[in-house]
Write a protein that binds this ligand. Structure first.
Ligand code: MF3
Ligand code: CO
Ligand code: CO
Length: 266
């Protein structure tokens, strides 16, 4: 059997070295669209306007939105404002000064999926909102730093949880990262909490997302009647960052990297 098309006993695909190029192309487009939408985020703008822009840019590039039609979802992005944890539906909602929001975009380019999300601010966020965004970004990066062959998925979760909880914030348990590649969601579930040394062992050629959601208050969430929008039960602010990555011989490559990934607070 071709070693490079192996599936592990946990059902995780080991991709070929040549598959990295496809993921870089898809990831770079998703990241570029998030770069481009940034200057549009401001008080007075409706989230649906941001989604319209994202949809048009994906189309212009000859790529496909992975979310339009996914389990009945109708939009090119998820836009999650303030206490919305994830899967916020873009629409009429108008951004207010101080709002913080996550925009999550997944594109398909030549069959490969690029999935990334980051935080934006409308106007001037509170100091505690800024701190939440900083800690969430740094939590993702702590998770990514744990990625290398021989480490475990538990090492990633433990790195994120240890860091976030040391900052007196909480890690959402109800949503996780995921394998991806030529599919949107594949094994394993990438938990953002856990114990070092537990879980499947990482191998070169695994492709997955890490996408921690961190809350200022308690970790519990609930899904609203629209069946998508997940919010914090205690209404506390929530933030999220997401990268798609591939495990290499000595660490990982970030497919969705951008020098504008992290927001500046004016
Ligand atoms: N992009 C999300 C993720 O990180 C999934 C969104 S599915 C949707 O996995 F249908 F809500 F768009
Ligand atoms: Co994802
Ligand atoms: Co995503």
């Amino acid at each position: 059997m071709d070693e490079e098309s192996r599936i592990t006993k946990e059902g995780i695909r080991i991709h070929a070295g040549t598959d990295f190029a496809g993921m870089h192309k898809a990831g770079a487009l998703a990241a570029r669209i998030l770069d481009e939408v940034g200057p549009m985020v401001a008080p007075g703008v409706a989230t649906g306007v941001l989604d319209d822009f994202i949809r048009e840019r994906i189309q212009q590039e000859g790529a496909t939105s992975a979310t339009i039609g996914y389990r009945g979802y109708q939009h090119a992005s998820c836009i999650s404002v303030n206490h919305v944890v994830c899967h916020g539906i873009p629409g009429e909602k108008v951004l207010q000064n101080g709002d913080i929001l996550n925009i999550d975009v997944t594109v398909i380019v030549d069959g490969w999926y690029g999935d990334t999300s980051r935080m934006y601010v409308a106007g001037k966020p509170s100091i505690k909102a800024q701190r939440l965004i900083q800690v969430t970004h740094d939590s993702l990066m702590k998770g990514i730093e744990a990625v290398r062959p021989g480490a475990t998925f538990g090492d990633i979760g433990a790195a994120i949880q240890t860091y976030a909880e040391a900052q007196r914030m909480s890690v959402v348990r109800d949503f996780c990262g995921h394998g991806l590649g030529r599919v949107f969601h594949a094994p394993p579930n990438v938990l953002h909490f856990g114990r070092a040394g537990k879980g499947p062992v990482l191998e070169e050629g695994m492709f997955f997302t890490i996408e921690p959601m961190i809350n200022l208050g308690r970790p519990e969430t609930k899904v609203l009647a629209d069946d998508w929008t997940a919010v914090t039960r205690d209404k506390s602010l929530s933030a999220q960052f997401e990268h798609s990555i591939g495990v290499t011989a000595d660490g990982c490559e970030i497919f969705t990297a951008s020098d504008r990934f992290f927001p500046e607070f004016g």
